[in-house]
Design a protein around this ligand. Structure first.
Ligand SMILES: Cc1cc2nc3c(=O)[nH]c(=O)nc-3n(C[C@H](O)[C@H](O)[C@H](O)COP(=O)(O)OP(=O)(O)OC[C@H]3O[C@@H](n4cnc5c(N)ncnc54)[C@H](O)[C@@H]3O)c2cc1C
Length: 471
């Protein structure tokens, strides 16, 4: 018999978990909540934990409200901060021709302020319990689940939300090799003039390079990926209408790509940038992804994904400009090739790679090698919680092993194909199912939907979140 007086646990307090918890507080006024976070900071997650003002959001601040029904919420907060302390805030805010971009660290402060506000206003201090520990297990019980923390404490809960973010490799550092750039002291103890090699040339590489440069490391930095593609910048241009796709375009990757190319050509003739054609797909990207047959999704992941990533996930103009300048001054060089080995000995690393397009195998000696390839396939994840949930068959991986398999209602699937009762997931961990669910504009919608589902499940008579103040 499910127990509706027990708390709901939200596991992970990055953007996804924090926003879900805040919506649940408002949605279910009698419900106790546990918000569990294994790192030392709540409401930040991997993206907003950085202290470096050089790490800018890659989305314009106009589109970074935490609440889908209050699009100006973040912009208003920002104005208040600027009015209260213009000098302090100035170094976190960059106005450009395409809009304002703020530092991710300032955005983290915004999220913290939302938690504080909720704790004050929604009886939150009594109902929201922040638990600074890692959840290592969830065992089904007759009342819900028994949640176990790394520190050994256990909590009986009525259900749980998995908001565990991108699945990253363990934060290990093996001599000069750093497996996961988040949280590591990247620039510590570096010698000038000896290369740092970054594996990957996407947004994570951009972050790492900016951090090395701003910390005073004199270079050089060498970044390698299979194709050597760099994220493209945002530009100022008129919007392009959301396309209407026929059945064949929705089921065939090559037809879809052809259609996008035709739209780009048509847009160019009207002086509209390709960036806006890519953006026009945004409202329907998840639907397109879900309608593509599995074999076409696999083709996309194998061949088109690097191209999609650099065109879709773009850099703020000041970052793009800085990156160009670092390349022009030979601080950063980009190589295209397939890495065949990384060997470490006596505090140094040797990276061997086969250049793209053929040619002799090349080697690079580095004082540090940083893996900036981002999320790893879910099967490789070392998270004790996910391993136990998978071993028990309480969750299963999506068909591409990018994360967890969920229904359209964000309920997790068991290994058996049945839905796991009261075990939900959202955010980047479900991107194999929705694809476009890794950035704030998408997650904020999922958080509202998920809070509605949880409320429906616990109290079917309750009012939908959209009708609740501030929801
Ligand atoms: C570097 C970077 C920059 C980004 N920039 C932007 C941007 O500019 N704009 C944008 O819209 N999106 C951006 N994103 C996308 C980003 O993924 C989302 O904005 C969002 O932050 C994802 O939130 P999340 O809570 O799902 O994941 P995360 O931020 O990864 O948070 C998950 C949290 O769960 C915790 N956790 C995991 N397992 C457990 C456990 N078992 N027990 C307890 N705690 C656990 C982790 O410690 C972590 O704090 C960026 C992402 C990254 C990585």
């Amino acid at each position: 018999m499910w127990n509706n007086t027990l708390p709901i646990a939200v596991i992970g307090a990055g953007f996804s978990g924090t926003m879900t918890a805040l919506h649940l507080l408002r949605r279910l006024p009698d419900l106790p909540l546990l918000l569990c976070e294994r790192s030392s900071v709540f409401a930040r997650g991997a993206a907003y934990s950085t202290d470096h003002p050089v790490h800018l959001l890659n989305v314009r601040s106009a589109n970074m409200s935490a609440y889908p029904d209050q699009p100006d919420h973040f912009a208003c907060w920002l104005e208040e901060q600027i009015a209260a302390g213009p000098d302090e805030i100035a170094r976190h805010v960059q106005d450009t021709v395409v809009g304002t971009f703020v530092s991710r660290c300032l955005y983290g402060r915004y999220l913290t302020s939302l938690v504080r506000e909720s704790i004050r206003e929604d009886d939150g201090a009594l109902r929201l319990r922040l638990i600074p520990d890692e959840v290592v297990d969830l065992e089904p019980t007759c009342q819900g689940y028994l949640l176990t923390l790394a520190g050994g404490r256990k909590h009986a809960v009525a259900g749980a939300v998995l908001a565990v973010g991108n699945l990253l490799a363990d934060q290990t550092r093996n001599g000069p090799y750093i497996d996961n750039p988040w949280g590591s002291a990247l620039a510590e103890g570096l010698q000038p003039g000896r290369p740092v090699v970054i594996i990957g040339t996407g947004l994570t590489m951009v972050d790492v390079t900016m951090q090395l440069w701003s910390s005073g490391f004199a270079g050089p930095v060498i970044a390698i990926s299979r194709r050597g593609l760099l994220p493209q910048p945002h530009v100022m241009s008129a919007p392009w209408p959301v396309p209407t796709l026929d059945n064949e375009q929705q089921h065939s990757l090559s037809r879809l790509v052809r259609h996008i190319r035709q739209d780009v050509a048509a847009a160019r003739k009207q002086g509209i940038a390709w960036q806006n054609v890519v953006d026009s797909l945004r409202p329907m990207t998840s639907r397109i992804w879900q309608r593509l047959p599995e074999v076409e999704q696999t083709r996309f992941l194998r061949h088109a994904r690097p191209w999609w990533d650099v065109h879709r996930h773009r850099t703020a103009p000041p970052v793009a400009q800085q990156l160009r300048s670092l390349i022009e001054h030979n601080y950063l060089s980009i190589r295209a090739g397939r890495i065949t080995s990384v060997e470490t000995a006596a505090g140094l690393a040797t990276v061997t790679y086969r250049p793209r397009g053929g040619g002799e195998v090349a080697t690079l000696d580095a004082q540090r090698v940083v893996n900036a390839t981002g999320a790893v396939p879910a099967g490789d994840v070392q998270s004790p919680l996910l391993r136990r949930l998978l071993d028990r068959g309480l969750v299963r991986l999506d068909r591409h092993h990018l994360g967890l398999d969920v229904t359209d209602r964000l309920e997790t699937f068991r290994a058996s194909g049945m839905v796991s009762p009261r075990l939900w997931a959202l955010g980047p961990v479900v991107r194999g199912v929705f694809w476009e669910c890794t950035a704030v504009p998408d997650i904020r919608r999922q958080a509202v939907e998920l809070a509605d589902r949880v409320a429906e499940d616990l109290h079917p008579e309750a009012i939908p979140v959209g009708l609740v103040r501030g929801g």
